[in-house]
Design a binder for this molecule. Structure first.
Ligand code: ZN
Length: 290
């Protein structure tokens, strides 16, 4: 039996990305053209054609403005989970502000889809060694799982010492953390869970990485963004060159690569992967630096 992998989409607008955070103020967001509905429609079509279900980690900000989109995703059989309110990274918040961000997002998501939200992904994988309190806040609010850690060094994020595979971050809670997928090449740990790496690097890199993880009996935790399927999105000329290169490269090839990925591996929603993991047997670790 092939290992079933977790497929996820971080639902945000083309301008709500870490790469543009310094050049677009949150106050400008409502003035920019929204493309999230059209872009999610492409994602839903692609998933329907491939016969896969996935988890949509959605910003509360998006759900409050596009509740019909959230209902449509949910009605198509996908899981609605939280990506926080307005993409504030967890390490920029304190415990109280994080709790308020979570609650505001969940209210908007649940109002929109009418179903309980039980999963969370931090914006830009921003739970790391600076935020040892974040898992406690998530457990207090009753989340079943989080997929918020990138166990790799990256210029925007990363927590090199974190476990690569699912673990229980709190000894007295069944809540599970599913770190985004990494691959190992000799001594090096490589980001391999999707996003810009999947879009920019050859398809074969992701196939190799997912096969490596599956050969260890582990599910891959893969993600992408709706704006990555949108070659027609506005160009943010104010952003630094490196950010623009990363954001706008290979948008036209993304749909074909995703369709291939959907065909070549077995995929499901993140909540289904958590159920299949059997949380009681998972290692309990508190991996922040002592
Ligand atoms: Zn995001």
């Amino acid at each position: 039996m092939p290992v079933v992998n977790a497929l996820s989409v971080d639902v945000e607008e083309w301008f709500q990305v870490g790469a543009f955070e310094r050049v677009i103020a949150r106050g400008e967001w409502d003035l920019l053209p929204s493309r999230v509905e059209d872009n999610c429609a492409r994602v839903l079509d692609l998933f329907a054609a491939a016969g896969v279900s996935a988890t949509f980690f959605t910003l509360g900000w998006v759900a409050a403005r596009h509740p019909a989109l959230v209902r449509r995703i949910h009605a198509a059989g996908h899981e609605i989970a939280s990506h926080g309110w307005d993409h504030a990274r967890v390490f920029t918040l304190g415990p109280q502000a994080f709790a308020a961000d979570l609650a505001q997002a969940r209210a908007a998501l649940q109002d929109a889809c009418g179903a309980a939200v039980r999963g969370y992904r931090a914006p830009s994988f921003s739970i790391d060694q600076r935020t040892p309190w974040a898992f406690e806040v998530l457990a207090e609010q009753g989340y079943a799982y989080s997929s918020s850690v990138a166990p790799v060094v990256h210029d925007h994020y990363g927590w090199r010492e974190a476990p690569r595979f699912a673990f229980r971050p709190l000894p007295d809670s069944a809540m599970v953390e599913l770190p985004v997928t990494t691959a190992e090449l000799g001594e090096r740990r490589l980001a391999a869970g999707g996003g810009g790496f999947f879009r920019v690097l050859p398809y074969g890199f992701s196939r190799w990485a997912i096969r490596q993880v599956n050969a260890q009996g582990q599910p891959a935790i893969f993600y992408f963004h709706p704006w990555e399927l949108d070659p027609g999105q506005p160009r943010m000329t104010r952003a630094p060159l490196r950010s623009r290169l990363r954001h706008y490269t290979a948008l036209d090839r993304m749909g074909g690569k995703l369709a291939r990925l959907a065909r070549e591996f077995a995929w499901s929603r993140v909540d289904a992967i958590v159920a299949q993991l059997g949380t009681a047997e998972l290692p309990s670790q508190w991996p922040h630096a002592a």
